[in-house]
Design a protein around this ligand. Sequence first.
Ligand code: NAD
Length: 363
Amino acid sequence: MSHKILILPGDGIGVEIMAEAEKVLDVLRGDFSLDIETIRGYLVGGAAIDASGNPLPEETLQQAKAADAVLLGAVGGPKWEGLPYAIRPERGLLGLRSELGLFANLRPAVLYPQLLSASTLRPEVVTGLDILIVRELTGGLYFGQPRGVRVLENGERQGFNTLVYSESEIERIGRVAFETARKRTKKVCSVDKANVLECTELWREVMNRVHQEYPDVALSHMYVDNAAMQLVRYPLQFDVMVTENMFGDILSDAAAMLTGSIGMLPSASLNAEGKGMYEPIHGSAPDIAGKDLANPIATILSVAMMLRYTLNAPELATRVEKAVGSVLDAGLRTRDIYTDKDRLVGTAAMGDAIVAALRHMNR
Ligand code: NAD
């Protein structure tokens, strides 16, 4: 049965990078017989606000619910920054995540050997880096109740948020981490602050319990402060890291920067049925939008993640990743990853080169 993929370019460079990802999807469908149907023409973010006043129009949400996967570019831009929070472009993204129940955020941080000099760390510290951070996305401090700012009896204001996780929430993200680790090197590091926070003491206990179902996977635990330090000291020790929402938010950005470029990194957000939303980790980059400067690789690698995690086509995912690798081998670079030894290309030329490399593999 044909898989339905909803294409949501969004704003800024979202439109340009999505055009390149669509070229890849067309080759996968045409040359590799991937049975997919792409659904286009629906809006999210600023573009949707301009058209209807709503960052997540009902028809977009319905299409997202009906699709097997959503491929998203990026949302936002200075034009919409003055709007109230409830109708900002980012609400479109958050709305999709919560409406689709996308509780598991997978963020790989892979250092391509061709881009070694782009990392801020020494080559011997990051060569071979390939980490996958599994971040819980719909619970924890960002969603816990009660929350707010209240006035105390002495008139002073007090801000408060609640770190809360139920056992079932920890179990399901734990399973995603262990299942994912089985497809990699079978190593999971669970990150918590169990020495101080009761909630993450429970996190550790439940992780240990779920681990009993995965005896072939090695589980270790680390406090979040140590994990932050180890990520920059000796990142090669990690494979899959699993953690709660806020710790994951912070650690995944730190891990991303080990690779040197925001334009290279994809992400997947999955729900309990394996349905996913796939998007680059960067934003809409208004400073370079419309100039053929954006790196489309993060979005193209998001297609590879979609092949692996929702479409169950890991061999095609590997081909897409190899096509990206071969184009980097050939020295082609968009401006964000360019050094004076390379050949500078624009967004569309980079997409065309990856498509050509992919086609070449099918000969
Ligand atoms: P950004 O990621 O858009 O840009 C940060 C810097 O990285 C900029 O200099 C930009 O030119 C560069 N950059 C980003 N992606 C690139 C790519 N593919 N190729 C080359 N260079 C790239 O972050 P920002 O500037 O903080 O935010 C801009 C807008 O994007 C804001 O409105 C923000 O809210 C939004 N945003 C959206 C998402 C999302 O849609 N998931 C994520 C982050 C930010």
